[in-house]
Write a protein that binds this ligand. Structure first.
Ligand code: URA
Length: 211
């Protein structure tokens, strides 16, 4: 598993604004969208491409195009939906599939309540969108789900990670799975309620106007 924590002043600036308790939902959505676009640039560094012959106004040349099968972008409902536009802005030809995962706050067990994905993901590059890698249980379930259906490689795009969640991912994901985590920051810890500290609170609630 590779973990890529973006070190960029724009990412740090936007993330700081996102973290502030006084940032309202409309601004939170906008900042999250911009941050995801910056993360998407790094997350797609190994997206599959092939040479293509083109004609410019001046001459012919060999350019580059994304190959088939198209990448699959998988937002985890609900909070991952707030990352979809930022990701597809850079990958407009990607296919989008949805996974609904819910965590039982007492047992921390994750179950799938919605699935809109092709059964066969053979050779697909998958980009999982989930803003908060907290305990890691949701991402473990999602990554295993995609891998079982044949995904070639899986990149998880997150806004924040807890070190505990990354450790659990490292311990519980089969090392044979080609997995990359791209994040704006690795925070200090998880608190007793499962929130990332210092974090940004409940990403779903802040994205969708509950707070
Ligand atoms: N999910 C969130 O939305 N926030 C956290 O801090 C942890 C999990």
């Amino acid at each position: 598993m590779r973990v890529l924590e973006l070190d960029h002043p724009l990412v740090a600036h936007k993330l700081t604004a996102l973290r502030k308790a006084e940032t309202r939902s409309s601004m939170f959505r906008l900042l999250a969208d911009e941050l995801v676009t910056l993360l998407a640039y790094e997350a797609t560094r190994n997206v599959a491409v092939a040479p293509v012959e083109i004609q410019t106004p001046v001459t012919t040349m060999t350019g580059t195009r994304l190959t088939d099968p198209k990448p699959m972008v998988v937002p985890i409902l609900r909070a991952g939906l707030g990352m979809l536009d930022g990701m597809t802005r850079l990958l407009p030809t990607a296919e989008v599939g949805f996974l609904g995962m819910v965590r039982n706050d007492e047992t921390l067990e994750v179950t799938t309540y919605a699935n809109r994905l092709p059964d066969d993901l053979t050779d697909r590059q998958c980009f999982v969108l989930d803003p908060m890698l907290a305990t890691g249980h949701t991402l473990i379930a999602s990554v295993n789900y995609l891998h079982e259906r044949g995904a070639k490689d899986i990149t998880c795009v997150t806004l924040l990670c807890a070190p505990e969640g990354l450790k659990t991912l490292e311990e519980q994901i089969d090392p044979a799975i080609d997995l990359t985590v791209v994040t704006a920051a690795i925070d200090e810890k998880l608190n007793e309620k499962g929130y990332i500290v210092p974090g940004l609170g409940d990403a779903g609630d802040r994205l969708f106007g509950v707070v």
